[in-house]
Design a protein around this ligand. Structure first.
Ligand code: SF4
Length: 341
């Protein structure tokens, strides 16, 4: 099965000077040799980009920032992994309207690639070897690694390096993309130690909200190919978005999954279900950058949690949870719901 790669197109590169000391830094400078470039002191603080307005969100997404990762703080996690690991990139080229990476607008929205990959991996290997149990490390909480790989082409190499140098740890990451070549080309012995989790939503939501991501059929097809190659099926239904057509949309998602997932992929599915959270910052960016897009904020359905943060009211969420759990149970036999939040 051939999976056609998508081109990621950038308009400008911002780079820290010392990336020339790294193989990946030189690879990227070469790859994008025809693009205008600006040297920066730190990928964390690019003065001229901070002046951009909310309406320029899409423009910012077409800038690639290249630097080195300086902070390596691992945070404990108790959902699917044991630790969240700051990995080889931060931010994303896609533009999902709810993305939690839009934490600090002009700092986090665009894709930042970190070229000190060996240092990042060596720290993680050292940490893994010190643990008294085999931990699962979440390496995709800051970016989408399959999309990043279209730029760096080093995901397979990085995963292999980790497993070649420690037998003490598993890796996991979520994705909204079907560019799974690096995963299906991994040595067989590592496949059981890698848990890619495909994030799904109804096509109606993907079209209206998850701009620049793979469509539903491609994501389902990717799950089937992964299952063929021996991967376990992990599916995130995330984020669940409640609109006027919620029941219709999610019924369509689950029935499409039932119909299009292969028998092998359906043998044993682990689901994670996460309801959308939203914020004042998202509202402002979306209103100005995507004036014609649907409004994800609703005073009727949502309530505040902390300053400028919104989530669905408990009554709304409980009803939606019940609906989804029943829908899944009616359509799948062998599954586990890891959590629903
Ligand atoms: S694909 Fe993931 S990381 Fe990228 S914008 Fe969408 S939610 Fe954010």
């Amino acid at each position: 099965m051939v999976i056609h790669l998508k081109q990621v197109i950038f308009d400008r590169i911002y780079f820290e000077k010392d990336i020339i000391n790294y193989e990946l830094g030189n690879y990227l400078l070469n790859k994008y040799e025809n693009l205008p470039k600006t040297e920066i002191l730190s990928h964390n603080n690019i003065e001229e980009l901070r002046k951009y307005e909310n309406k320029d969100f899409g423009k910012l997404k077409r800038y690639l920032i290249i630097g080195t990762r300086k902070t390596h703080k691992y945070v404990e996690n108790h959902k699917i992994s044991d630790y969240l690991i700051p990995f080889t990139s931060s931010g994303c080229y896609a533009m999902c309207m709810y993305c939690y990476l839009v934490c600090n607008y002009n700092k986090c929205s665009y894709l930042r690639i970190f070229v000190n990959t060996k240092e990042i991996l060596d720290r993680l290997i050292l940490f893994a070897n010190k643990q008294n149990k085999e931990c699962v490390f979440e390496i995709g909480s800051n970016s989408d690694l399959l999309l990043e790989n279209l730029v760096t082409d080093n995901l397979k190499e990085n995963i292999e390096y980790f497993f070649d140098n420690t037998s003490h740890g598993k890796l996991t990451f979520p994705t909204k993309f079907h560019y799974i070549e690096p995963l299906i080309n991994l040595p067989k012995k590592y496949i059981k130690k890698l848990l890619p989790r495909m994030s799904l939503n109804p096509q109606n939501i993907i079209t209206k909200v998850e701009f620049g991501t793979s469509n539903l059929n491609d994501r389902i097809n990717a799950i089937n190919i992964l299952a063929e190659h021996g991967y376990s099926t992990y599916i995130l239904i995330a984020p669940v978005i409640i609109t006027d057509s919620f029941e219709k949309d999610y019924t369509s998602l689950i029935t499409t999954m039932k119909e299009k997932l292969s028998q092998k992929a359906k043998q044993n599915i682990t689901f994670e279900i996460i309801f959308m959270t939203y914020s004042y910052i998202h509202r402002k960016i979306n209103e100005e950058a995507f004036p014609k897009a649907i409004n994800l904020y609703s005073t009727e359905l949502m309530t505040s949690r902390g300053i400028g943060k919104y989530h669905y009211k408990n009554t709304v969420k409980e009803k939606a949870k019940e609906f989804l759990l029943k829908l899944i149970d009616n359509n799948f036999k062998n599954y586990t719901i890891k959590y629903i939040v």
